[in-house]
Structures are given as structure tokens and as C-alpha cells.
Design a protein around this ligand. Sequence first.
Ligand code: NAD
Length: 697
Amino acid sequence: MSDATTYSVHDGIAVIVMNNPPVNGLGSVLRPGIVEGMKKAEADPAVKALVIMGTAKAFSGGADIREFNTPKSSMSPTLPEINDAQDAFKKPMVAAIGGFALGGGLELALGCHYRVALPKTLLGLPEVKLGILPGSGGTQRLPRVVGAAEGVKMMTTGNPVPAEKGLPLGLIDEIVQGDLLEGALAFAKKLVAEGKGPRRIRDLAVKVDGDPKTFFEAARAEVGKASRGYPAPLEIVACVEAAVNLPFDEGRKEERRRFAGLVEGNESKALRHMFFAERQTSKIPDVPDDTPTRKIEKAAVIGAGTMGGGITMNFVNVGIPVTIIEMKQDALDRGMATIKKNYANTVSKGRLKQEEMDKRMALITPALDIAAGKDADIVIEAVFERMDVKQEIFKKLDALMKPGAILASNTSTLDVDAIAAVTKRPQDVIGTHFFSPANVMRLLEVVRGKATGKDVLATTMALGKKIKKVPVVSGVCDGFIGNRMIEKYGQQSLFLLDEGCSPQQVDAAAQKWGLAMGPLAMGDMAGLDIGWEIRKRRYVERPNFVYSKVGDKIAELGRYGQKTGKGWYLYEAGNRKPVPDPEVEKIIADYRKANNIQARQISDEEIVERLIYALVNEAAYILEEGIALRASDIDMVYLTGYGFPPYRGGPMFYADTVGLPKVLASIEKFQKGYMGEVWKPAPLLVKLAGEGKRFNG
Ligand code: NAD
């Protein structure tokens, strides 16, 4: 037996303990031990029942992700083979579940004849979140235990249920108070004493409320609506229907067939890419995992505006106290009031307890003097986006902060190296680019300056994870990864207007493709003055800067978007729904006339290609310049910061799916068209397309 399992006998009850840290993944080191233990228990006449358990913290998290896409994942015995052996086992078998049983972990537990669990245990089949379905009998066994309705719900949402809820559902036979092994042994002995034998789930019938046909029609309608084009949830409903209508083995075949179809589909490939991409972002080639980190127990935030407030909330949410600093009392009061209002909203929705809100608010110390933050382990500057203002603050911080403190800037465009240069400790300076609203958006671009210390980078990445963000490393450049790309996307959206589109046509095509919002509605939300300010700077800085001036015409009229009630669209007071505006149509038409541009019909396909390939081409430059460490980091930036649809896997993954030669061919075609000078294909794209390679390995 391998080290990952132990076998022992306690007073006539055999016990297999799984121990494969960190989550008892059912890897190739673990699976053989389960089967060997079962054989021993079967062969030993002194053994009357068998208990399978993990640790108190984890029964099993399912497949071992370290073995994904390797031959080890399909080495015998596979989980379905273990399930078959469980069904054939002649003595009662009890799963003793602590911590969690998820995915394959729960399928293993469902292969056992009985289940006991610690009170806080979580049980679930989350495969749908990776665009697939439980492939080892989960779709056939779970509904046989909890009924069709609950089975559909658990598997199509992927959300686990706690053991207390699993008990009345029949998923759990008994809750163990106290020691898990003791409780499981007592339960097994009781089974033996009562003469209870194996109880195979495969022999049970599925409970359906009412007429099955009506039930599944309604389930399909409801799940179809919620699944927004993802195929897995409806495939799960079909498997549950098979569990109701077909014998177990036929149902299993149906499950296998549908599983295979989903695994091959682009949606699940994209979701699995995202799953692994998220785990990759913290791997930095020259900063190994064991790089020492600095202790972060206290933070300070400078500026209590839009960003400063949200950033503060991130820290106090995980118990790190924050001193928040403003210049004037009224700005400080406003900032604190916004934080309070945000928490109060969450409390009123029942998602946060009042005591918890009070605890978090008590961790915030408002202050008007920058010196109030001098003892912090990290200070994040979130003041106006002006180099002179930021440099002034960093000079003060350099003089004030204790040695070893991390000095971070939330700048969205400015040169972090130039900010670091005004201090005597550039190794302690780093960019932490949060996205708005900072307490909600998961993305955190961590900007590594040329002097940033490795320990400072490692600490900031770890801190990013601690405050529940997805930290992605970016090198220094204007706009970093995300905003540098979005500028090219915004540029195309305006060229499309020049050439004949209406704002609503561009936005509708983008949304139909899957983006959370079209580019023009997004501009209205962010504020059109922001892009306008950047363009005005560009006109001066870059003499060859090519951009449609139609956006300037809109901004010059004070139409800044939602905040002024009009931008590319009209907004009724208190309503964020964009309403098309004939005045905008006229501004665009006048602009075309003044610039001798002939309007033409533009297809949705062209709109989407121009928007998305503008992102892809710029991303290829970013990758080649080493601003991003890897293509999947760029994908994570777009998935977590810009509303990119998860089932597309991010811009780079999407380009890989389309095929780089095809992407390049479109870009070369655009290069011959309107404002084609902006479409110079990135050398990396040309190279990879020529070699038949992908961005994502
Ligand atoms: P904001 O204008 O809402 O807030 C800035 C605050 O800083 C103001 O309340 C101001 O009073 C305060 N301030 C200015 N100088 C100060 C000083 N010397 N000491 C203390 N307080 C001072 O701006 P914002 O939108 O929160 O942006 C802040 C930073 O975050 C900028 O660098 C911006 O580029 C960046 N950023 C903004 C967004 C966004 O969507 N708003 C997103 C990412 C990054």
C-alpha cells in the first residue's frame, strides 16, 4: 500500500484513511490503496464492515489537478473502477466525511453504502463550473439519494451543501459530533449489530415530484435560462432524466457520452483554461515560491476617493487595520460615509451581519495627516492621477515610513519607476492597480518596477491573494496590461462609428458575442472625460497618434456619460439603461460629412473581429515586450477585470481557438482598410501563426 493510504482494523471494523495533501486529491498515488484496502477487508472474515475516511479537514477534493492532462489521471484503478468495486463489496461500507467531499470526492462517498459527516462538512459536485459534468456516476447516484429536483439544483449550480442540510436530504445518514473516526466506528458497529448489509445507491429509484415529463420540461426551461449559452447545465438535466428513465448502467453510458461531448467543447476548454490560468498568475520565474515575504499587519491608504475607499474595504474585510488619509475633513467624511453605505447595503441584503460590519468599520482610522500612517507595513497611494502630486507624496512617505514598509501606488497609467526614483528606497516601491469598484473587482495588476525588490513583489502577490484578488504581474508601460489593450479596443469602436455604425449596433454586436457590456456603454459608465483627457495628452505626446475625433465631439458637449445623464446614450435619472439618442446620430453623421467619410454597412462579424483582434494584437506586443509573463496572465486580466466572457477563455485563448493564421489574415485585411496604419501585426503573432503555434502553449 502506498503512503497515501493506511489500513487498520478496529474491533472488527476495517478503516482506510486517505492522506494525500493538500486536499486528498484522488490521484494515482491514492487510488490503488483504496482498492487494496477493500480487498483486504473483504478477505478478512474478522472484518464486518469498512470505513473510508480522509482527514478531519478534507475527505477529498476530487481529481488531483496536478495530474490533469497526464496519463496518470487515467491509470487503473480509475474512480469508476473503484465505484464498481464498491458496488460489488459484500460488507457495509461507510464514508466518514470531514471538511469537504467535492467532485470525485463526493462520487467516492456516494459509492459507499452509508455516509456520516462532521457538522461543517461541505458536499458538492462543482464540475459544472469547469463546463463539464460529474463523470463517475455522480449524475446517476446523487439524484437516487436526494431526488431529481435537489440533484438538478446541486449539479447545475455546482454549489455545495453543508452536512446539516445533507442530513434531511438523505445525502448523509448521521452527523458526527466530536471525533470523526470514533463516530464512524460507532455507526459501523451499529450497522453490524442491526444486521444491516450493503445498501447500494444504484439499486434505488429516483424520487421525482409530480409527473416526470412535466418536471423535466420545467427544469430545462429554468436551467436553460440561467445557463446563458453554456451547454453543461442542460446536459446535466438530461443525465438526471436518464437516471429517472433508464436502468443504472444505461444511465451511466449516457453520462459518459455527454461528458465526452462537453470535454471536447470550446466552453469547457475555456473554463478549464481559466481555472489553471488563475493558479499560474503567482508563478514568477525569477521569484521562487520560497522567496521570503514581509509581514503585513497594518496598512495605510492615501486618498479616500472612488478607489481609496474600496481599497480600504479589501483590507479590513480580512482583518487588516487601515489608516485612511485625506487632505480635508469633508473629503474624509465623504469617503468614510461611502464605505459605511457600501457595508450597510450588504447588511440590508442579508449578506453581512451587523456585528461584522461594525467590526470592520472599527478597523478603519480616518486621519488628515499623512504621518498618521507612518507605522503601516504597506501604504497605498490613491490620489489624483498626476505625476507631480504622486511624486510629492512619495517623497513624504520616504521620509516618514518605517524601514521595510512597502510603498505602493494605485496609478492606472503613470510610470512607477519615475515615482520610485524620487525615493531613497526604490526597491520598496511597487504598483498595485486595483479596478473599480475596488471592493468588488477581482483583478489586481501588480506593477513591478525595474528596482522593485523580489521580496516586495512576493509579499504584494501573497497579499493580493489574501484580500481575495487575482494578482497579475505587469511590467511598467503606459496603461499596463489591461488599459494599454483597451485603448486599442476603444480606438476601433470609434473608427466603426466613423465608418457607418451606430453606438447601439457596435454595443449589440459585442454583447451578442458575450461581452458584459459594449465599448460605448462601457465608456459612458467609466466617464467619457477620462478617455478624452488621455487622448488630449496623446495628441501632444505622440505626433502620429491616430484616433477618431468623434469621441472628442461628444465630450466637448459635456456629455460625459452616466454621470451627466448623457454620453453616447441618454440616461434617465436613477437609471443606468442606455437609451439611443438621435442627437448622437446627428453628431456622428456631421462628423462623417466634415471628414468626407462614406458610411457603409458593417457586419456584426466585422465589428467583433475588429474589437477583439485589436485587443489580441496589442496583447501580442505586450507579451513580446515581457510586460506580461505569459499569455494566460493576459487572459486573466480580461476575465477578471474587463467582463470578458469566461466561456471565451480570454482574448489570447480565444485567438488560439480561432487559429492564429486566421486572426493574422483578418488583421492584414484590416490593415488595407480604414485607418489601417494602426493595424501593424505584432511580430510575435506573425511568428507564431507562421509556425502553427498558439499563444497559450
Ligand atoms: P478620486 O478623485 O475619486 O480620489 C482621489 C482622492 O485623493 C480625493 O478624495 C482627493 O481629495 C485625495 N487626495 C488628493 N491629494 C491628496 C493628498 N496629498 N493627500 C491625501 N489625499 C489626497 O480619484 P480615484 O478615481 O479614486 O483615483 C485615484 C487613483 O486611482 C488615480 O491614480 C487613478 O488613476 C487610479 N485608478 C482609478 C480608477 C477608477 O476607475 N476611478 C481605476 C483604477 C485606478
